[in-house]
Design a binder for this molecule. Structure first.
Ligand code: CA
Ligand code: CA
Ligand code: CA
Ligand code: CA
Ligand code: CA
Length: 380
């Protein structure tokens, strides 16, 4: 009964928000509890014009956190690697890369698998829509340079390889890549060391989420993968190859403002996990881009993924970094990355980047201090 009453109250609040908004262009209304944060920095715009930047991945430099790197996709050109000031440190033109993810410390051997040769390697994977493959690179931690590490490229067997995320199993250390197709197909491959300094792949599972997915993120410690179905909501699946894809749990739904809806305004886009490595595996948050109303929704990492609030990213007070609209991909880390990011960094794609004088610029990525998000939302 209590649940029903609070539900009615929130529906009434949404109705008020809708009534106040008569503009049918522009974003869908935001919930009345939406809070605002500002970006700390932004990257150099991507080369591609119009809709081009899409998805970031953050690599935390364990030796010097202020030298951490952000890998972003330019879906008209390739991958771009930025430093924490937003400057470009490396870029390639390997194809129309859509989504990208990273895992560090994956051991790769040489000398026919001699364990003494195992070298912890930073693995970067991306969906390449030009070659319809899954591109997999080793990243140089000092220069950000990406070198192809596959013996053979992974054929996606997809019409349009789209979303992508990596999963490193806490059960056995195996490394997997998930990719999805606009038609709803999800595929999971295992990547494995060939003992000669490169990786091979084997397909593990193929299934359908129903309709167009994209954003996905794995929770390595908990062995689950979250997949966004753009028009519908967020699903949680078991991430191990033996897990049944017929069993899934709804985390949240689109249809914000409707009586039966959730906290998301379609499309559901990027998903990311704020997961402090030293904390218990149920501590942290899942963050989703609610693209339809230019907001981000935060949930508990722990089941049942309680709603913790909604935020938007607005122009900063000095006016040199603009706010964020229509975010596609995003990523977050909990590691302190220097005084600007003491509780970690959130990176989001900005669909409508502006220059300082307010004119249109090519898209880019914005950097937000997680401490600002946590304070605005009252997260502990
Ligand atoms: Ca990503
Ligand atoms: Ca999308
Ligand atoms: Ca903007
Ligand atoms: Ca996208
Ligand atoms: Ca800007």
């Amino acid at each position: 009964m209590t649940l029903k009453i609070s539900h009615l109250v929130s529906v009434a609040l949404f109705a008020a928000t809708f009534a106040a908004c008569s503009d049918d262009e522009g974003p869908a209304p935001v919930p009345s509890d939406t809070v605002s944060v500002t970006p700390t920095a932004e990257t150099v715009p991507v080369k591609g014009n119009k809709d081009a930047a899409d998805d970031p991945a953050i690599w935390v430099n364990p030796d010097d956190p202020e030298q951490s790197l952000i890998i972003g996709t330019d879906k008209k050109n390739g991958l771009v690697v930025y430093d924490l000031s937003g400057a470009i440190v490396y870029q390639n033109a390997d194809g129309r890369m859509n989504n990208v993810d990273v895992r560090s410390g994956y051991p790769i051997t040489t000398d026919n698998g001699n364990p003494d040769t195992a070298t912890p390697t930073i693995i970067v994977a991306a969906t390449n829509r030009t070659s319809k493959t899954i591109a997999v690179y080793a990243m140089n931690p000092n220069t950000g340079a990406l070198s192809d590490i596959m013996v053979d490229p992974i054929p996606s067997n997809m019409e349009d390889p789209y979303g992508l995320c990596l999963y490193r199993s806490a059960v056995n250390g195996k490394l997997y890549v998930y990719a999805n197709d606009k038609d709803g197909t999800v595929s999971q491959w295992q990547l494995y060391d060939n003992g000669l300094g490169q990786l091979r792949y084997t397909i593990q599972r193929i299934w359908s989420v129903g309709s167009q997915p994209e954003g996905c993120v794995a929770d390595d410690a908990n062995g689950v993968v979250y997949i966004g179905e753009e028009g519908k909501g967020i699903w949680r699946y078991g991430a191990e190859p033996k897990d049944s894809f017929n069993e899934r749990t709804s985390v949240d739904k689109t249809g914000l403002g409707n009586a039966s809806g959730g906290h998301l305004a379609a499309d559901v886009e990027g998903l990311a996990l704020y997961a402090p490595p030293a904390a218990a595996p149920d501590v942290g948050y899942l963050i989703a881009s609610s693209q339809g109303n230019h907001t981000y929704v935060v949930y508990d990492r722990a089941v049942p993924h309680a709603y913790r609030g909604t935020f938007q990213i607005v122009d900063n007070s000095s006016g040199d970094v603009d706010g964020v609209q229509e975010t596609d991909g995003l990523d977050v880390v909990s590691a302190p990355l220097g005084s600007d990011y003491p509780a970690g960094l959130l990176v989001v794609q900005d669909g409508d980047n502006k220059t300082v004088d307010g004119s249109d610029a090519n898209q880019n990525f914005k950097y937000v201090s997680w401490a600002d998000v946590a304070e605005a939302l009252g997260l502990e």
